[in-house]
Every structure is written in C-alpha cells, then in structure tokens.
Design a protein around this ligand. Structure first.
Ligand code: HMG
Ligand code: MG
Length: 298
C-alpha cells in the first residue's frame, strides 16, 4: 500500500551546501541546479534568505535566484526565517518560501535565536505578505526524532508544531530528522501520532542519514501514506546549528529504492548521478552516496 508516485523535493543546493566550510561559487551552485533540473526534479530548494552572519554560504541568495534556469514545471522554494528574508525572497522573484521552526526549544533558539512561540510571531507577517503576493508557504519542523541539545523529543511536540504551521496556512509540513537519529521504530511511533490527526498528504519526510537509517525511515513513512520526501543530491549537507549532523539522505539512494519499488518519481537516475558527480568533484570529494559510487564503479 505504498503511494504510486512520490514527489521529491531536492534540497541539495540549500540544505546540502549551507554547511560547506569553504565558499562555493554561485556559478557552481547554478551549474548544479541546471543538472538537477535536467534530471527531472520538479522541486529544487534553491537557497535561503537567512542572515549571512549566521549562514555565510547562503549570502548569494539573490544572485542564485537571478540565475535559475527558467523552465516550465520547476518550483524553486527558498527558506525565509523572518519578514526581512521573505521580502528579500519576493524581491528576488521567489514564488514559494519555506518557514522553519522546531519541536525542540533549545534547537529553535540555537538555529533562529528565538523560542518556538516567538518563531510563530515572526511567521504571522510572513503569512499575511505571502497571501497578498500569492506565494505558497511550506513549513518545516526540525528535531522531530531527536535534538542535539535536548535528546529525545515527544511526538506530541512535533504534532503541536505541525498543526500550528498548518493552521497559519502552510500547504505542507516537512518533518526534519535534523540529526538523523530516527529508526523505523521511532519513525513509526511518530507517524502513528501525526497521522491520527493530520492527513498524510500534508506531511513530508526530511531525513538526514547520520546514523544510516534514512532509507528504512522513508520506507516506514511511505507505509503511512507519506508521498513527499526531501533529499540532497550526493548526500550533501548538514545543519550549521546541529553539531555532528551529516548530509540529508542522498536523492539518488532514494530514487534507486523507489525505482525498485515501482514508485514513479519522474527523476532520471543516470542524470542524477551526473549531478552528484559534478558537485562532488567541484567540492573535491567523492559522492557520499552508495548509489552514486556503485553507479560510477560499474
Ligand atoms: P538575529 O541575530 O536574532 O536577527 O537572527 P536580528 O533580526 O536581530 O538581525 C541581526 C542581523 O541580521 C541584522 O543585521 C539583520 O539585518 C540581519 P545587522 O544590523 O547586524 O547588520 N538579518 C538578516 N539578513 C539577511 N536575511 C535575513 C535577515 N534577518 C536578519 N532574513 C535570524 C535571527 C533568524 C535572522 C538568524 O538566526 C538566522 O538567519 N537563522 C537561520 C539559520 C539557518 O539558516 N539554519 C539552517 C536552515 S534550517 C535547517 O537546516 C533545518 C531544515 O533543513 C530541516 C531539518 O533538517 O530539521 C530546514
Ligand atoms: Mg535539513
């Protein structure tokens, strides 16, 4: 009873690159996005309009927006933590933004310098401005399966944040296992709680692969009817305010698994591996994903 089709949200250019220590040229980011578009990805999170003091790697957000390949059918959501970020995103041509909060108070403070309640105070004017501008808003909840500062997180805290994001008008909430500690057991317990109150169609899975559990966790979420997953080409990434977090689950690992299950994604594995090889070479390392390495070694 898995969904017949899965919507892949490629977050490599944002979540993947935000944590790189050395600067990545805007032209390299755009060349990556071009390859991701060529691979058939329909949603590519392009950048983040956050404070460059907090995340220097995203300081070129407006330049990235100006150079995006303009192709029919591709959405380029961007992160906006506050009204300042939203206005900058709008001015740069964004048609969709993502706001982000957490299920952990401490993480929310470390990541955005505010409490969970205060994050919703910031979101109110963003939602009003987005409605006026016809901009779609996605919500993120971080630390849904554990927090680097607080440890275990109660599913109820995740449900609360999720429902608040939906109530203020987010069309979907992406559930971040920010530090990749979840297992199919904790993932099932979380989705049991969430899916009792929220339609699976309004939920997305955002799994980091730190502890190697992302694919089984995705399979677990699929079983609950979740059909949108955030992934990062070549397994790039980590969160700068989440010590020890490694990359998001690699898009090519997810696509290979979904291909094998007969679940349609519209993504070409061959072209995706090409994108993974490109960005890994540009960063001076081998692709982190098993599928890219296996493909390239054939
Ligand atoms: P703050 O320091 O409290 O903000 O940071 P402030 O309003 O006091 O402003 C301080 C300075 O930042 C000012 O500049 C503002 O103009 C500027 P100054 O006067 O000192 O020169 N500023 C901005 N500049 C550009 N764009 C903006 C912006 N806002 C203020 N939007 C703030 C609060 C939210 C801004 C900061 O904490 C921040 O930018 N945090 C973002 C951190 C981040 O990007 N984390 C990674 C993304 S979330 C993630 O990865 C998790 C996710 O993947 C899901 C998962 O895996 O869990 C989504
Ligand atoms: Mg993330």
């Amino acid at each position: 009873n898995y969904p017949a089709r899965v919507r892949i949200v490629e977050v490599g250019p944002r979540d993947g690159l935000q944590n790189e220590k050395l600067p990545v040229a805007t032209t390299t980011k755009l060349a990556l996005i071009e390859r991701l578009a060529d691979a058939g990805l329909g949603v590519i999170e392009a950048t983040a309009f956050v404070s460059p003091k907090w995340v220097p790697q995203m300081a070129d957000a407006a330049e990235v927006m100006a150079g995006l390949p303009q192709r029919a059918g591709i959405a380029y959501p961007v992160l906006a933590p506050n009204l300042k970020g939203f206005e900058a995103a709008l001015a740069a041509g964004a048609k969709e933004v993502a706001i982000f909060t957490a299920a952990s108070e401490t993480f929310c403070q470390k990541n955005t310098n505010c409490s969970i309640d205060e994050s919703f105070v910031r979101f109110a004017p963003i939602m009003a401005a987005a409605r006026d501008a016809g901009v779609a808003v996605r919500g993120y909840v971080s630390c849904v399966l554990g927090c680097p500062y607080e440890g275990a997180i109660a599913p109820q805290a995740v449900l609360d944040a999720t429902q608040r994001l939906l109530q203020i008008g987010c069309y979907e909430v992406s559930l971040g296992d920010t530090i990749g500690v979840g297992t199919p057991g904790s993932t099932a317990r979380l989705f049991e709680r969430l899916c009792a109150s929220v339609p699976a169609a309004q939920l997305a899975g955002h799994f980091h692969d730190t502890w190697g559990q992302a694919l089984p966790n995705i399979l677990t979420a699929l079983d609950f009817g979740v059909a949108t997953f955030d992934n990062s080409v070549a397994g790039l990434g980590g969160c700068p305010y989440s010590p020890g977090a490694t990359g998001n689950v690699a898009t090519e690992d997810v696509v290979y698994m979904l291909d094998g299950l007969g679940i349609v994604t519209g993504v070409s594995l061959e072209r995706l591996v090409d994108a993974a090889a490109f960005i890994s070479a540009a960063l001076g390392r081998a692709p982190a994903s098993r599928v890219a390495r296996a493909w390239l070694a054939r």
